[in-house]
Design a protein around this ligand. Sequence first.
Ligand SMILES: O=C(O)c1ccccc1NCC(=O)[C@H](O)[C@H](O)COP(=O)(O)O
Length: 222
Amino acid sequence: MKVKMCGMKDLLSAKVAEEAGAEFIGFVFWQRSHRYIEPEHAAVICSQLRQSLKVGVFVDEPLENVNEIVHLADLDFVQLHGHENAEYARKIECPVIKAYRYGENFDAAAANKFPAEIILVDAFRPGEPGGTGACFDWRAAAEEIKSIRKPVLIAGGIHTGNVREVQRIFHPYGVDVSGSLEVNREKSISKIQAFMRKVRSLPRGRRHYAGQSSHSGSDARP
Ligand SMILES: O=C(O)c1ccccc1NCC(=O)[C@H](O)[C@H](O)COP(=O)(O)O
């Protein structure tokens, strides 16, 4: 099961996450988030990452800004976390992760059709596009999420104490985690390391049922 650690704001945390084995490192380019990072700062951090895939998180951002940051920071993926449509996504100049919020806009049929490499399912909290620390109703969502024919990242309120349950219910391609890695809104080195230790200690169950694509292999690169 792959791990995306999101909301990195400093080089040390990003490097520790990479060294601990996180396959995806996320940077939030939505200015209203406390995890917002200036694109130039993110570009410096990205230039120091060797193995992890670099993901830029955007919320209804003008397309030209997104593509400018893709090239500035040499992003591997853009994560669309707002209400961006398919036409917008097709114009992004790198592979796309499309986020849906269970309880708001989640629709497995729409996810299957959306021009995205990976689908992320997050919790819905009105007025907060993401990074809420809330879980969605995993059991209620499980059957519908099973019908997604692409790699799926499960997000929302995941921590060392519940990631085993996420694996048991979904057997997802990966999990996305942010808030539980923080102390006083800053990433904690020990929490990053503890989360990766926990994930690596999980029994290797059956593989993800949806989206057995090239992303399910050991190399997550597009
Ligand atoms: O993290 C944010 O502040 C954020 C703001 C706006 C849109 C998306 C955002 N985060 C996207 C992520 O991929 C988070 O990791 C995901 O929502 C899970 O966060 P958490 O519940 O804190 O683990």
